[in-house]
Design a protein around this ligand. Structure first.
Ligand SMILES: Nc1ncnc2c1ncn2[C@@H]1O[C@H](COP(=O)(O)OP(=O)(O)OP(=O)(O)O)[C@@H](O)[C@H]1O
Ligand SMILES: [Mg+2]
Length: 347
């Protein structure tokens, strides 16, 4: 069995809009290992959701997607997800079966017209067992596991009858009911109050330890990242600008954007008015993007004539630590090498 679970290579998702081509995902590459937990972090609009939606073939149908997403099932040959029919049998077997997703708003996962039970049972019967009695047993067990009170009774309730926290738990239960190899969680706790958020995070950690699945956790909240994941990809303007393990991220951040994100974490006893007050300006919309580093207009460390001219490639700087910033000679060297090889980053 391969140690690698998911391999994303130079994924690009472009949206042809009236105003121009919007580069929502602009050359994202990463590898996720079996059982590993990875975070995708960055401000609103940096392309986190579009990245995972593209991986799962859930991007808008007018999106132009290139690159490759290889999924390594426990048995059998790797599957290139980008080559599958987005509405076909194969992707549906992977989605909700081997790879499950949970979202910020549970109502996007649940149909309001059917009971929680019907929807969870459908997932179980589709991916695990055709036997109805056994499916009910599994459903009750998993609802129990996610901390639902009266699980047997919950099966007959409709999504709107549950509180926000309980709906979130029901969604996690549904996502886990297929025993996925990978759980993709897109801001699943942002809509919850702090106490419930802490409970749901703890629950996901427990379930991860128990089931051993990989998690790709998407959030703008570095506090959540610190608690939830082993490795982190920091995104900015559709690209990964830093990639490392969670300790190095906090104690030894390389990219000025990462440092700014860390400085913007509200400190106890210190008033914080804006989420990212320490970063000048806002994330630009990635249409007709000028050449150079996307963070250049907001960067305190920008090098005139370099950062506004060339794209810094994501480059290994230390062991297991890559960054895309020209303050590191390794990145300058990599950019020069790319230029010599004729790799042109068209904008
Ligand atoms: N359906 C769409 N049509 C046009 N533009 C879109 C669409 N969906 C996303 N975008 C744009 O693509 C870029 C990336 O969006 P995405 O939703 O991936 O960001 P995000 O990092 O998930 O943000 P958030 O933290 O707010 O969820 C943004 O500039 C966004 O405005
Ligand atoms: Mg999002």
């Amino acid at each position: 069995m391969s140690d690698i679970l998911l391999e994303v290579e130079n994924l690009k998702t472009q949206l042809p809009l009236e105003e121009g081509m919007l580069k929502a995902v602009d050359g994202v590459s990463f590898t996720l290992r079996r059982g590993e937990t990875m975070g995708l972090v960055g401000e609103s609009g940096c392309g986190k959701s579009m990245t995972v939606n593209s991986i799962m073939r859930l991007a808008p149908n007018y999106a132009e997607i290139s690159g490759s997403v290889r999924y390594y099932p426990a048995a059998g040959a790797p599957v290139d997800i980008t080559a599958l029919d987005p509405y076909g049998q194969e992707i549906r077997a992977i989605r909700g079966g081997e790879i499950s997703m949970i979202f910020q708003e549970p109502m996007t996962s649940f149909s309001p017209l059917h009971t929680i039970g019907n929807q969870i049972l459908e997932a179980i019967r589709l991916h695990r067992t055709a036997d109805k009695k056994e499916a009910v047993k599994i459903a009750i067990d998993i609802l129990n596991r996610v901390g639902m009170s009266n699980p047997a009774q919950r099966l007959n309730e409709y999504p709107h009858q549950l509180s926000g926290g309980m709906r979130q738990r029901a969604m996690i239960a549904m996502a886990l009911s297929s025993e996925p190899s990978l759980l993709i969680a897109d801001e699943p706790t942002t809509a919850l109050d702090v106490t419930v958020q802490a409970q749901v995070l703890q629950l996901m950690r427990d379930l991860q330890a128990e089931f051993g699945m990989s998690i790709l956790y998407i959030t703008h909240d570095l506090g959540v990242i610190a608690r939830m994941v082993q490795v982190v990809a920091v995104m900015y303007l559709g690209r990964i600008v830093e990639f490392t393990d969670v300790d190095s991220l906090f104690y030894n951040p390389k990219h000025p954007y990462t440092s700014a994100l860390i400085q913007s974490i509200p400190k106890i006893g210190k008033k914080s008015s804006a989420r990212l007050e320490s970063i000048r300006g806002a994330v630009p919309v990635p249409i007709n993007r000028p050449p150079g580093c996307g963070f250049y207009p907001r960067c305190a460390a920008a090098i005139e004539g370099l950062c506004n001219r060339l794209d810094p490639p994501l480059t290994q700087i230390e062991d297991h630590h890559a960054a895309a910033c020209f303050v590191y000679p390794e990145v300058v060297a990599a950019a020069e090498e790319n230029a010599a090889e004729g790799v042109i980053h068209a904008n």
